[in-house]
Design a protein around this ligand. Structure first.
Ligand SMILES: Cc1cc2nc3c(=O)[nH]c(=O)nc-3n(C[C@H](O)[C@H](O)[C@H](O)COP(=O)(O)OP(=O)(O)OC[C@H]3O[C@@H](n4cnc5c(N)ncnc54)[C@H](O)[C@@H]3O)c2cc1C
Length: 293
């Protein structure tokens, strides 16, 4: 199918893009990589009078920066760009691991990281990853710039705190300390499909091997990235070892209340979440041991 008629705007600067969004508001949609928006328009699941294509805003919005205190990903950074970055693999392995499981390479070549976050699909990998990385979302409009944390950015299925005249300008995360270890685990029926469930985990570990900070979030089991705070509480102050796995698995299962659909029952998704949490933490333990070998 083809999309309904729309007027195409191709601003050459951020100010122009924000001005277009201010003028057309609810009738406009930002077009980034088009990997979610265009199928929705083509299937007539959505219709907008105006598309504001941000792809010509400038090369400065297409490269991540790895600063001394923060790592920043502006709105035109393609998913593949970060997936292939050695610096990202070294500093943010949880992001690299998750990106490799987003759709297919062709889609990641076009799809942007900010586009996936703004789209806010509950089954998408990146919202849960950016949640555990303690991300800050920088949002711009003609009215100014504001910053929000992940828990205020993701509101519901496909719904964020972005207003119709706003653009997600960039997402940034603190540069991780050297004692941070992370993992992303998911299960999808076929490679490249959206996952039935996924888990992102980040732990900081002291010299004695005790976890000092733990953040865990599940994807695909709630309308937004679901922080597993009971798992975090169990793991914080403990050493990562097999004695912990049964409690961790039970806590994860108890803290999710997914819905079932044609792909998997609610019970299957909650059991899967428990298994994935265990696998992610075991992976972190393996990385910790490897770093000390
Ligand atoms: C076959 C297929 C399989 C897929 N599988 C997966 C998967 O397994 N996991 C997964 O996570 N994703 C998957 N996707 C989606 C893919 O990752 C998209 O690339 C991503 O969700 C959207 O990024 P985009 O840059 O293409 O955004 P677009 O499609 O251009 O935009 C998506 C939405 O976000 C808005 N938007 C985009 N950028 C901004 C911005 N900077 N500011 C404000 N609003 C903005 C748009 O207006 C639109 O509403 C799949 C897509 C396809 C076609």
């Amino acid at each position: 199918m083809k999309p309904g008629r729309f007027t195409y705007h191709s601003p050459r600067s951020l100010d122009e893009a924000l001005a277009a969004l201010q003028v057309y508001g609810d009738d406009a949609k930002v077009l980034a990589g088009g990997q979610s928006l265009m199928p929705m328009l083509n299937f007539r699941l959505a219709r907008f009078e105006h598309l504001v294509d941000v792809n010509r805003l400038g090369a400065e919005y297409a490269e991540p920066t790895f600063g001394d205190t923060r790592i920043t990903i502006p709105l035109l950074v393609r998913q593949r760009r970060v997936e292939r970055s050695e610096e990202a693999a070294r500093l943010l392995p949880v992001l690299t691991e998750a990106l490799a499981q987003v759709a297919h390479p062709q889609i990641r070549n076009r799809g942007t990281i900010c586009g996936s976050l703004a789209h806010a699909d509950p089954a998408a990998e990146l919202p849960s990853v950016l949640s555990v990385l303690d991300a800050t979302f920088t949002i711009a409009s003609s009215r100014g710039v504001r910053e929000v944390p992940a828990e205020e950015f993701f509101l519901f299925h496909l719904t964020t705190s972005l207003e119709p005249d706003e653009l997600l300008l960039q997402v940034s995360v603190p540069r991780p300390p050297v004692n941070q270890f992370s993992s992303f685990r998911e299960f999808a029926t076929r490679r490249g499909d959206f996952a039935l469930a996924g888990v992102a985990a980040v732990c900081e570990v002291d010299a004695a091997g005790v976890v000092t900070t733990c953040r865990v979030a599940a994807a695909g089991v709630a309308p937004t990235p679901h922080r597993l705070t009971d798992v975090e509480a169990l793991v914080t102050g403990a050493s990562l070892n097999e004695d912990l796995w049964p409690d961790v698995e039970a806590a994860a299962r108890a803290q999710v209340d997914p819905t079932g659909d044609i792909h998997a029952s609610a019970e299957y998704r909650s059991r899967l979440t428990g298994v994935l949490v265990k696998r992610a933490l075991a992976d972190i333990r393996g990385k910790l041991e490897a770093s000390r070998a």
